[in-house]
Write a protein that binds this ligand. Structure first.
Ligand code: HMG
Ligand code: MG
Length: 306
């Protein structure tokens, strides 16, 4: 089998996982503790915050406080989402090690999500890219709705490839391909990856699957077969996008780590410690745990106690 030997997991729980939480504001203290314990579990890349408009995404309003409250573990990248220059300024003063800009393959989704067209979004990123370069901050690029869109339906793989290429050429060191609504299946994922990798090297691609239809692990396996070695996931499968109604959380990090362990692929993550974090955060948020692995291992929780 032609699978990668190791995989880098980008933990998006503190951002993608929490941004859509309705109801009470999640305290800065809980966010900080979540990020610190994810780093302790061996995650080396944690999307810690989002410097977006607090009117649009209220749960991320304390991005500055979160970034200043976390411990900085050596070897860990603490990244933040930045849609524009205001966001970048916040990320720089919050000492983010990396930022991410985000667009989509669907015009309708881009309008709902960031209030502009795809080409306007790319224009908006240009000054962000050059300011980030000046500040020595690497930039990741997200392309959302790579398989389907809640407003426009099926998405043409060529449309995904076009936006991914534009972001790559603009200077994003990595392009994360998001199945925002979680409608993908392995064959569609492979077709999309074939179109994108014709324009962007595979080593520069990551996959970001939401698990609405329960296909995320199958899609990840399909992506691994295609040589993709960077996977976004969220502890306890937390999350959803505020502008993709009905979309459920990201694939659970615990489930991805279990899959990788079974395939003999290293990720550097301590699954027991991660499962402890998973139970802790779902209890704090009073939420159902969406990780099958955390639930299965939770049945033996006494073995997991520190
Ligand atoms: P806009 O209203 O068009 O922006 O929003 P504007 O430039 O006209 O500014 C309006 C107001 O927002 C002004 O304040 C600005 O100062 C303020 P006012 O004068 O009204 O008091 N503002 C900001 N405040 C804080 N931080 C900022 C910022 N920018 C402007 N960075 C904007 C445009 C992009 C800001 C808005 O649409 C926005 O914040 N959208 C957030 C969208 C979002 O966070 N979506 C979820 C993340 S993406 C995602 O989940 C997908 C992903 O996971 C991959 C996948 O699953 O596919 C990544
Ligand atoms: Mg997402």
């Amino acid at each position: 089998m032609n699978l990668p030997n190791s995989v880098r997991i980008v933990e998006v729980g503190p951002r993608d996982g929490l941004q859509n939480e309705k109801g009470e504001f999640i305290s800065t203290e809980v966010k900080v503790e979540l990020i610190n314990s994810l780093a302790d579990a061996g995650l080396t890349h944690i999307e810690a915050a989002s410097f977006v408009s607090p009117k649009w995404v209220p749960q991320m309003a304390d991005a500055t406080e979160v970034m200043s409250g976390i411990e900085r573990k050596k070897g860990v990248t603490y990244s933040a989402l930045t849609p524009n220059l205001i966001g970048l300024e916040g990320a720089i003063s919050g000492r983010a090690n990396e930022i991410a800009v985000f667009s989509a393959a669907s015009e309708a989704f881009t309008e709902k999500n960031i209030n502009c067209s795809i080409s306007e979004s790319l224009e908006r990123f240009k000054p962000v890219m050059s300011a980030a370069e000046k500040a020595g901050i690497p930039v990741r690029g997200y392309v959302s709705t790579v398989i389907g869109c809640p407003y426009a339906g099926d998405i043409d793989p060529e449309a995904v490839a076009k936006v991914a290429e534009a972001m790559y050429k603009m200077g994003c060191y990595e392009i994360s391909l998001g199945d925002t609504v979680g409608v993908g299946t392995p064959l569609k994922v492979k077709r999309m990856l074939a179109a994108v990798s014709a324009l962007v090297p595979k080593e520069r691609l990551a996959v970001h699957f939401h698990d609405t239809y329960g296909q995320a692990l199958a899609n990840i396996y399909a992506a691994l077969e295609e040589g993709i070695a960077v996977i976004d996931s969220s502890v306890a499968g937390l999350g959803g996008c505020p502008y993709a109604k009905g979309a459920s959380g990201n694939v659970a990090t615990e489930d991805v780590v279990y899959l990788l362990e079974g395939l003999g692929i290293s990720s550097g993550i301590n699954l027991d410690a991660l499962v402890r974090t998973s139970h802790w955060i779902t209890e704090k948020l009073d939420k159902k745990n969406n990780s099958k692995v955390a639930l299965a291992m939770g049945a033996n929780r006494s073995q997991l106690e520190k």
